[in-house]
Structure formats: structure tokens, C-alpha cells
Design a protein around this ligand. Structure first.
Ligand code: NAD
Length: 501
């Protein structure tokens, strides 16, 4: 008789669902209330999360403080933190299939992307940041203080961990964003209270459990679940938080920035974007069309650097648009678990509604909708990829971050006009230039106001490459050596000693 497989063998993501928080190394289920967690491909409720209130926030921050000040953590050599981060990377890979499927269930993204980015890139980032733990150093300084006579000075700086970190992340790359905060914070010797987005708490809880399993001391990584305006707001305002590391919308980033300054907490902000894609008339055409489509439709456009404003040099305008519309029309929409799917659902009913309202406002503003945007019959939060042209420069679809599969195309004459259009936004996160003319590329790159400029590619990231925003796209940088500075306080040590007798 053939053995029958249990549900958890065929669907390991179900066994990975947790409905508790992690505080001080323990599962924790007390809270103000419980909130549903949905599968965006069906709208079904798949779990309930605790909503942490002020009492639970206080417990988590105190647990992180105790861990930060504990002898076990303070005296752990950097190589110990390195080993923990490496072990967590291995553990994430070992649990990779269940984690990837859990992410697809909760976020809706394509399973291939969950495997490659949520799991694969998380392990890659952990390993890169593990290496930093043993390379954080201070400087030796030569002072010129001339008094009192006969006294000499030795000075050096110490790079000390900033303390307890409140890490708040969005729902578009839930596991990876959590790792982007936890890995450098732990490498620097901090402890963390992580609040995942209320839409996607499930992989973050599992991440904290895996950290405990590989030997992270209790309290080093805590996870609080709940909404931003309740749990998140209480967390950032808590006096026991030394540093806030936030990724999310510019609007919420500004709110949190005010709270941080009030409490003089250290802060880094990774915020929204409205990134331009510039297609020059000497570009590799097929590659540029495919690239422009990927720039906006990857992860359903729910990407902070999504190429949502497409500028095409006039001689190529019609050909590029025609190609882009053909790609958009050909994308298969469906569940992220279906290997043939190319566009999954929006993360939530509320977000789908927001994206649909932008599309309606775009049509009402007089812009031409070349494809997409129709309502979707059936369950799940799907939006058909939409391509606009002829939008007024002040239209909301041109100026606001939609965070969905909606692109607005416009034409330009020359390099000066391309730069003016690209920079005509309050955001400055990413940009791409598609051109085979090296001189032109070098002329354009310094003129684009964006934290990352890609050439003949878009949305590519690496743990060694600093990432962050110009203008209202944020403050500070993640990744590379730059991110370590976010989690460090510099202490100057100045020692006087008598000169030779
Ligand atoms: P959001 O700002 O609504 O929420 C982000 C996080 O902040 C969530 O965990 C939320 O619960 C929390 N939050 C909301 N209000 C809060 C408050 N008052 N106090 C404390 N926490 C609060 O953003 P979102 O809709 O989850 O994510 C999409 C946004 O994130 C987009 O703007 C996108 O560009 C941005 N994003 C930026 C980057 C980057 O690296 N620059 C990366 C991914 C996403």
C-alpha cells in the first residue's frame, strides 16, 4: 500500500506557522488583541497574530536591554557573534523550503523569488555581515594639545555597540528585510526588538526561533507583532530604545523621525521611491525593453526601487512602449505557488484597493492606459500590470509611490531633458540608465539624484554595495561597511602621560 503523505510533509509551510511573539527567548502569546493574517492569493485567514500593547513592548525592550548588558553578550568575542551569524545562515538554508513556502503563503510572491531572495539572499547577507563582526575597529590618533608643558597624550577611538535597536520593516521582502536589520546590528554587538509588518509576520517569528536554536542568547533577537500605529509607535517611543532602524514609507518615516529626535535616539531611514528608468537611443533595445518590464513588474511592483517612471528617447518611444505592453499582456497572473505564474497578488486587500485607486485616478487625470488595470474576477488581491502614457507631470500616478505594477511612460529629447525629468521627484532611491555609450553613461551618472544608479540593469543588490536614499527616500545607508556605522557609537579615549624626565 502506498504511503500517504501528511499535510505538513506536502506543505511544510503549515508546520512553520507560529502565532506567538518571541520575547526574551520565550514564545509569548499575551497581547492587546489578535489580528488575522491572510493568504493574499485567496484572501483566506491563515493565522492570527498577537497585537503587542505597551506592556508587551516594555517587556521586549527590557529583555533586549538585559541581554545587551549581560556578561554573556558583553564579553562574547567578536568571533562568537560571527559564528552565530554564520550558524543562522546555515540554519536558514537548512529550513529553506519551509521558509520560502511560508513567505509565499503569507506575502503572495512567486515561490522562486522566495527561494532566491527571502532564503538565499538572507543567508548571503548573514554571511557577509558575519565577516564584519571581527573587523570593526577604532583609530589611533596623533594629538597636538600643547599644554600643560611636559604632558603628552595618547588617544584612540573605540567603536562600541549603540545598544538596543528597534527594527521596523515592511511587508514586501519580509524575511530579507528582517535580516538586513538583525545581521549588522548583531555583528556590531547590539540587541534587537524587531517588528515585522502586520501583513507578514510569519517568517520573522520563525527567524527569531531559528536564531535561538543555533545559540543566540535569549533576548538578543525579540519579535513583537502588531500594527504600526499601535505596536510600532509604542516601540519607537519607548525610552529603552537607543536606535531606530526603519524601512517603510516616507510618510511613516517622517513620523518616526520626529519621535527619534524627541528622544535623541539614533535613526536610519530607508524609505519610498519613484525611480526613473532612462532608455537612451543607443541602448541594447531588446535588453532594455525586458529590463524596463522587470524593473516595474518584479515582485508585482512592490519594490522600493521599482522603475515606475519610464523615460524613453523620442526616436525609440513607440518601439519600446509597444514591446513593454506586449510583455505586460503576456505575464501570467496567479498564485505564487504555481510555477507558471509571473505576477502574484498584491499583499493585502487594502493595498490592492490603493493601487486600483491610483489607476482610476490616472485614467481620470487624462493619462492613456495602454494596458492592464481591469478588475480581477475571483478571490485573491490581484492587479493586472498597467502601462500609462501621456500623463500630466503633476498627476498622482507620476508623483506618488504606487508600490504596484503600474508604470508611467514619457518621452525626452536629449540628455538634459532626461536628467530634468528623472530628478523631478521628491524621491531619490534608485535609477537606471540603458545605454551602450560609455561617455554618455559617465556624463549622466553624476547628474542623477539617487542612492543607486544602475546601468543596463535595475534592482540588483549586493551585501557589499551601499543602499539608501537621496532626498525624501531616506537618511543613511544599509549594506557594505556603511551599515555598520548605523549600529556603532564612537568613543574617544584621551590619555595624558608625562613626557620623558
Ligand atoms: P509602512 O510605512 O506603512 O509600514 C512599514 C512598517 O512600519 C510596518 O511594520 C508598519 O507596521 C510600521 N509602522 C507604520 N506606522 C507606524 C508608526 N506610526 N510607528 C511605528 N511603526 C509604524 O510601509 P509598508 O506599506 O509596509 O511598505 C511599503 C513602503 O516601504 C514603501 O514606501 C516602500 O518604498 C518602502 N520600502 C523601502 C525600502 C528601502 O530600502 N528604502 C525597502 C522596502 C520598502
Amino acid at each position: 500500500m502506498a504511503a500517504t503523505m501528511t499535510a505538513t510533509e506536502t506543505r511544510p509551510e503549515l508546520a512553520a506557522i507560529r502565532e506567538h511573539m518571541i520575547i526574551g527567548g520565550q514564545p509569548y502569546t499575551e497581547g492587546e488583541t489578535r489580528l488575522p493574517v491572510h493568504d493574499p492569493a485567496t484572501g483566506d485567514v491563515i493565522a492570527h497574530q498577537v497585537e503587542a500593547g505597551p506592556a508587551q513592548v516594555d517587556q521586549a525592550v527590557c529583555a533586549a536591554r538585559r541581554a545587551f548588558e549581560s556578561a554573556a553578550w558583553r564579553t562574547m568575542p567578536p568571533a562568537g557573534r560571527e559564528r552565530l551569524l554564520l550558524a543562522l545562515a546555515d540554519r536558514i538554508e537548512a529550513e529553506g523550503e519551509a521558509l520560502a513556502r511560508l513567505e509565499t503563503l503569507n506575502n503572495g510572491k512567486l515561490l522562486g523569488l522566495s527561494r532566491m531572495l527571502e532564503v538565499g539572499a538572507s543567508a548571503q547577507w548573514l554571511r557577509y555581515m558575519a565577516g564584519w563582526a571581527t573587523k570593526i575597529t577604532g583609530d589611533t590618533l596623533n594629538l597636538s594639545i600643547p599644554f600643560p608643558p611636559g604632558v603628552h597624550y595618547h588617544a584612540h577611538t573605540r567603536a562600541e555597540p549603540v545598544g538596543v535597536v528597534a527594527a521596523i520593516v515592511p511587508w514586501n521582502f519580509p524575511l530579507l528585510m528582517a535580516v538586513w536589520k538583525i545581521a549588522p546590528a548583531v555583528a556590531a554587538g547590539c540587541t534587537v526588538v524587531l517588528k515585522p509588518a502586520e501583513e507578514t509576520p510569519l517568517t520573522a517569528i520563525r527567524l527569531a526561533e531559528l536564531a535561538l536554536e543555533v545559540g543566540f542568547p535569549p533576548g538578543v533577537v525579540n519579535v513583537l507583532t502588531g500594527r504600526g500605529e499601535t505596536t510600532g509607535a509604542a516601540l519607537v517611543a519607548h525610552p529603552g530604545i537607543d536606535k531606530i532602524a526603519f524601512t517603510g514609507s516616507t510618510e511613516v518615516g517622517k513620523l518616526i523621525g520626529h519621535v527619534a529626535v524627541d528622544g535623541m535616539k539614533r535613526i536610519s531611514l530607508e524609505l519610498g521611491g519613484k525611480s526613473p528608468v532612462l532608455i537612451m537611443d543607443d541602448c541594447p533595445l531588446e535588453q532594455a525593453i525586458r529590463g524596463a518590464a522587470d524593473a516595474i513588474f518584479f515582485n508585482q511592483g512592490q519594490v522600493c526601487t521599482a522603475g515606475s517612471r519610464l523615460f524613453i528617447q523620442e526616436g525609440l518611444y513607440d518601439r519600446v512602449l509597444e514591446g513593454l505592453v506586449a510583455v505586460a499582456d503576456g505575464l501570467r497572473i496567479g498564485s505564487g505557488f504555481d510555477p507558471d505564474t509571473q505576477i502574484g497578488p498584491m499583499v493585502s486587500a487594502r493595498h490592492r484597493q490603493r493601487v486600483s485607486e491610483f489607476i482610476a485616478a490616472g485614467k481620470a487625470s487624462g493619462a492613456r492606459l495602454l494596458t492592464g488595470g481591469q478588475d480581477w474576477d475571483g478571490p485573491g488581491y490581484f492587479v493586472r500590470p498597467a502601462v500609462f502614457d501621456g500623463a500630466a507631470p503633476e498627476a498622482a500616478i507620476v508623483r506618488e509611490e504606487i508600490f504596484g505594477p503600474v508604470v508611467v511612460a514619457a518621452r525626452f529629447r536629449d540628455e538634459d531633458q532626461a536628467v530634468a525629468l528623472a530628478n523631478d521627484t521628491r524621491f531619490g532611491l534608485g535609477a537606471s540608465i540603458w545605454s551602450n555609450d560609455l561617455g554618455r553613461v559617465h556624463r549622466l551618472v553624476p547628474r542623477i539624484q539617487a542612492g543607486t544608479v544602475w546601468v543596463n540593469t535595475h534592482n540588483m543588490l549586493d551585501p557589499s554595495m551601499p543602499f539608501g536614499g537621496y532626498k525624501q527616500s531616506g537618511i543613511g545607508r544599509e549594506h557594505g561597511s556603511a551599515v555598520i556605522g548605523n549600529y556603532i557609537e564612537t568613543k574617544s579615549v584621551c590619555i595624558a602621560y608625562p613626557g620623558a624626565a
